[in-house]
Design a protein around this ligand. Structure first.
Ligand SMILES: [Zn+2]
Length: 301
């Protein structure tokens, strides 16, 4: 019987395909880095390679997470800020290659679905999911379902201005959360202060081993995340904020200042007991979200 799910997390710089069961357990993976100036053909060729390596797991459907804008209803990948790729019928292309019913959505949205189905929000109907990775994105889960917004871009918390006249953001504005607290910005800020060009993960390890500059940068990132989260909570009156994605693996370094600055900026009488939680799916939220997306939409054969 076909009961597993073929999951495809199309990242900005790399691809992960996974064989997942209906409990969100990752049975096997296939990973590939994209070459420079990759095209949609590069991506689909790698996905087919991943499918061939994993198809022994007997899939009944496929879920796809894409960076940038995606029209869930039509399965079209509309635009990716990393590669400039856009207007691609991604669900149709992968469905054609694999002969599987295929669903596609934005990677941050499906991460929120993963948290709800498999993670720390199983019993929580209203929460904000924040991806802290190379960039920062947000997914809104409200009244027990994903809120996608009028033109599919709800939850763009990465572009909340948290520092007037602050660092330049990829969106063209200054002082966005993404420019001050993403993994990429942590690498940049550390480089500016020390001349060392190392990854956010390496900077986190240094912070844990007593590097004061590294610790200050992570704490500052946490503080900005707390500020942006407070604005979102004041607007939505939700009591749960979940941090996931690769850079949120440094939750131990972010959580204290994030919580402090959240509480400082909250209308606290209206929003008692707001919590910032660490995602359970963590860095695999988007991949597990592909399975959650399928489970929301398609029963096994
Ligand atoms: Zn921005």
């Amino acid at each position: 019987m076909n009961k597993n799910i073929f999951c495809v997390d199309i990242g900005g710089s790399k691809l992960i395909c996974g064989a997942l069961n209906q409990d969100g357990k990752i049975l096997d993976t296939f990973r590939a880095e994209y070459p420079k100036n990759y095209t949609v053909d590069t991506v689909t060729t790698l996905i087919l390679e991943g499918y061939r390596k994993l198809k022994q797991y007997n899939f009944y459907a496929c879920g796809v997470a894409v960076p940038g804008l995606c029209d869930f209803a039509s399965g079209r990948w509309l635009y990716s800020p990393f590669s400039g790729l856009g207007d691609i019928p991604i669900a149709q292309l992968i469905g054609h290659m694999t002969k599987l019913p295929t669903f596609a959505d934005n990677d941050v949205n499906v991460s929120a679905l993963a948290e709800r189905r498999f993670g720390v929000c199983k019993a929580i109907d209203d929460f904000l999911w924040i991806t802290v990775s190379n960039g920062i994105g947000g997914g809104l889960y409200l009244n027990g379902k994903l809120y996608r917004g009028k033109s599919l871009s709800a939850g763009e918390i990465g572009h909340f201005v948290v520092e007037e006249g602050g660092r330049k953001c990829g969106c063209g504005n200054y002082g966005c959360l993404e420019a001050h607290a993403s993994g990429a910005s942590i690498t940049e800020i550390y480089y500016e202060k020390t001349g060392l060009d190392i990854s956010a993960k390496e900077i986190a390890d240094l912070a844990r081993n007593g590097d004061k500059t590294a610790l200050e940068i992570w704490q500052s990132a946490g503080s900005y995340i707390g500020k942006a989260a407070a604005y979102a909570v004041n607007l939505l009156n939700i009591d749960t904020v979940v941090l996931g994605g690769g850079a949120a693996e440094a939750f131990d370094l972010l959580a204290t200042t994030a919580t402090e600055n959240l509480n400082k900026n909250l209308f606290s009488k209206a929003n008692p007991n707001v919590k910032i939680l660490h995602s359970a799916p963590g860095r695999y939220a988007a991949l597990m979200g592909c399975a959650a997306l399928v489970l929301e939409n398609k029963k096994e054969n």
